[in-house]
Design a protein around this ligand. Structure first.
Ligand code: FRU
Length: 474
């Protein structure tokens, strides 16, 4: 039965069947959050790209719809974005209150930017007859337009991925685009291609300040190999992006796990939310699941946090489950070299708060299956690093899959941890989401136990709790 398959996520978006990759066209409109995505409606492989479509009223429960955009004589439909053209700046709508405009890449003989519009809440789309709106400029990789309204300069601004850099374009009407500037050629170390950019204006926690953030996905050369998302903080003046960080040290990974890619944000929302494709191009085509292939991360609310004059991205997962089945323990002490073990399900949210009086600098948690496979997180506060071991379970489909995934704790001792397990994925949020790591797992058995262990000194836990999350699929 659909959604009952062994590794099928129960509360992450996956299509009923066949292939998906990047989230596209994320926009909030008339009570619905739209999630379009790269879609092959026919097979389980990356080919013949369309835009698929799902909607949600709470960013957690999703309903899958039919195909939104299909290939045509200009090519297949690659990634892009959508906006609400509420003042009908495009003139494409009958009504003054406008509607939805999608801006996407046509991948044909070359890559070009095109638009389409919808007057029925994204269910059906008409492609603009003058496509492409930005013809190709001899750049091979020229794609993934992300558009938003820039109030200060009173124009639509597009960020576009161009091989090894980003280009900015401006437009009064979503049809006529002017080149504004380029960014990123001065960061030379990238083996991979730059993809799926986004430009965000995020609040800095604990202040009334907001700062600009430029998001870039890079395929190859990620911190643990393959695809990953990084970001620059800086300023945007309506023409150019000026990074705060002037050297290659500027690179900060949004999620140093192996399986969070092509993440972009929703347009037309008060707070900023984003979602990523939960996979990695190193092995996306061979992950051992069917009849669907791959899905999305949880949606995360985004903000910035200032640490020693440095701005860090903070991400909080959106979980909207009315489950009352919370189990919790207070004031647990785990002596060095010992383990506490608890029964959990394989669709669970685990929250743990470390006591201020805790001495242990090296400790961790394990998710253990009924076949004794362990997926282990080790926190090393002294090295300011974590390691997630994904070396058990089904791993033989790709040599890039079994991995000790490492990431930075940004010099902050881990005070709290949220782990979200959904059969074939573990999303880790440390210190309120300042360190995030998203990783697929393919256990042969079923996760049934949470183990908490202290490597050195006593780990004092103020509170540990877990909730069994329900399936969002009826
Ligand atoms: C990123 C990406 C995009 C492209 C799309 C094609 O994962 O390579 O750059 O538009 O996927 O499916």
């Amino acid at each position: 039965m659909l959604y009952q398959e062994k590794h099928r996520p129960q509360f992450h978006f996956t299509p009923k069947e066949n292939w998906i990759n990047d989230p596209n066209g994320l926009v909030y409109y008339e009570g619905e959050y739209h999630l379009f995505y790269q879609r092959n409606p026919h097979t389980n492989d990356h080919a013949d790209m369309h835009w698929g479509h799902a909607t949600s009223t709470d960013l957690y429960h999703w309903e899958e719809h039919g195909i939104a955009l299909a290939p045509d004589e200009l090519g297949t439909i690659f990634s892009g974005s959508a906006v609400v053209d509420k003042n009908n700046t495009s003139g494409l709508f009958e009504s003054d209150t406008g509607g939805l405009v999608a801006i996407f890449t046509h991948d044909g003989e070359s890559q070009q930017q095109s638009i389409a519009y919808s007057e029925d809440k994204g269910r059906t789309w008409t492609k603009y007859e003058g496509n492409p709106v930005i013809p190709n400029t001899k750049i091979k990789d020229f794609r993934d337009p992300k558009v938003s309204w820039h109030e200060d300069s009173k124009q639509w601004v597009m960020v576009l991925a161009c091989g090894d850099h980003i280009q900015f374009y401006g437009s009064p009407n979503l049809i006529d685009w002017t080149y504004l500037s380029s960014f990123g050629k001065e960061y030379p170390s990238h083996i991979g291609v730059w993809e799926c950019p986004d430009l965000l204006y995020l609040p800095v926690e604990g202040s009334s300040q907001k700062e600009w953030v430029l998001i870039v996905s890079i395929n190859a050369d990620g911190p643990n190999g393959g695809s990953a998302v990084y970001y620059f903080t800086g300023s945007f003046d309506g023409k150019e992006f000026h990074p705060n960080e002037k050297s290659e040290d500027a690179l900060k990974w949004a999620d140093a796990g192996k399986d969070f890619y092509a993440a972009v944000s929703w347009d037309n929302t008060e707070d900023t939310y984003w979602i990523g494709w939960m996979n990695n191009w190193q092995y996306a085509g061979v992950v051992p699941v069917s009849p669907w292939r791959s899905g999305m991360s949880l949606v995360r609310k985004m903000s910035l946090y200032e640490k020693d004059g440095n701005l860090l991205l903070k991400q909080e997962p959106i979980v909207r489950d009315s489950s009352k089945e919370v189990t919790s323990y207070q004031d647990v002490t785990i002596q060095a070299g010992t383990t506490e073990s608890y029964d959990i399900s394989d669709t669970a949210q685990i929250d743990l708060q470390v006591s201020k009086a805790s001495d242990s600098t090296k400790w961790g948690v394990k998710f253990v299956t009924d076949q004794d496979e362990a997926f282990q997180l080790v926190i090393d506060n002294q090295a300011s690093m974590y390691t997630f071991y994904r070396t058990e379970g089904i791993i033989d489909f790709s040599e890039d899959f079994p991995e000790e995934v490492k990431g930075s704790l940004h010099g902050l001792n881990v005070q709290d941890l949220t782990a979200i397990v959904d059969r074939s994925s573990v999303e880790l949020f440390l210190n309120g989401g300042l360190t995030v790591s998203t990783n697929l797992i393919y256990p042969k058995g079923t996760v049934t136990k949470l183990e908490i262990f202290a490597v050195n000194d006593a780990l004092k836990v103020d509170n540990v709790s877990w909730t069994s999350l329900h399936s969002i699929w009826k």
